[in-house]
Design a protein around this ligand. Sequence first.
Ligand SMILES: Cc1ncc(COP(=O)(O)O)c(C=O)c1O
Length: 414
Amino acid sequence: MQHDEMFFMRRPWAYEPDCQRPERPDDAFGFGTQALHAGFRPITGMGRFNTFALPIVPSMTYPYEQFDKIPYPVYGRTKTPTTSVLEERLAVLEGGEACVTAGSGSQALFSLLFTLCRPGDNIVTSLMTFGEGYKQAATIMPERCGVQFRFVLDPEDPRCWDEMIDSRTKLVWVETPSNPTLFVTDIRALAEVAHSRGVPLMVDNTTATAALQKPIALGADIILLSITKFLAGNATVLGGAIIGPEALTEDIRWNTTEFVGCTMQPFDSWLTVQYLETLPLRMAKHSANAQALAEHLRAHPKVSRVNYTGLPEHPQHELANRQMKAHGGMLSFVVRGGIPAVRSVMDSLQLIIHAVTFGTSRTIVMHPRTITHEHMTQEERDRAGIDDGLIRLSVGLEDVEDLIADLDQALAKA
Ligand SMILES: Cc1ncc(COP(=O)(O)O)c(C=O)c1O
């Protein structure tokens, strides 16, 4: 028996345009109801173990009832009960068939690429991606796995994506809106291009979340999520997920996750489920605060550019209005005076915190040029809009007047 036959019992996943996903009862509910109920109902009839809250099941192994009766889950690397609830909730919220979690968003990306690609295959993407994603694409995957990445240099034009696809292309990967420059891609148009060539489209929905954008409804096949950001809401959880056809998520779970990592831990999954209950409310407030800050900063004399999809001058403002419900909690802006001015502003902030993440309830700033996108060449940074003076602002849930006051006093020192 070949190794392939022994290990890869499930058919490797391929894009099937006509594959229909079965209806789940939770699919009929509105997003706010799904965020509260999908995947778990209170347990009754269990005596002292009746519970309103989702139980945390910390067990990493599961007892056999009989010698030849394999329990499911059987071992914690691939599945645990609490994490299964999170996976089901995320699949419902994104409108996908199934979900598999990972220890981080970066691990989820790695597991997806490792599952789909073999040496000699390629992935088509652009420079408008998060920094660690770019690093996987530009160095780790080509050098260690023999998988090439093709970067579309004019990502606004669907024809440029089409030109990059060939018979060894396994995935088209897009991040929209992108971190940190808020570039928006037309998901429907790109899905048409990818499908016309028989290739699946993966959308990284970390920045918008399903509360604001539903890529699968627009034609995407696969969703990448960093749970670490808005989904878990306050930098207390590290996690990631892939949502898509069950044949794919189970291929990842049993043929990659099983060997190179594990799904999310029960306590982290439980915390995420608690945070998800308020996701729609939080995203509305993040968006309102970010809109107010973007409008304030765009009029500031020390600021030369603001990237926020909610501003009418954003190049894809109309597209963002069409495919997003609101504009989200991330913006970035360029301070006049380059790195010395950035240093002065960031060191002068008193309320806003300097840290590496986004999507937290407390507002955070970060300097992409030195922290997340330092692996890009200068030419690539120029193309991606990562200027020396660019500051990324993850807008939190504070009273917006306090954020404006803090930014104003810090900018006054630049
Ligand atoms: C858009 C996006 N996707 C995925 C990731 C990876 O997530 P994690 O930090 O959980 O590995 C990040 C991280 O910054 C991100 O910005």
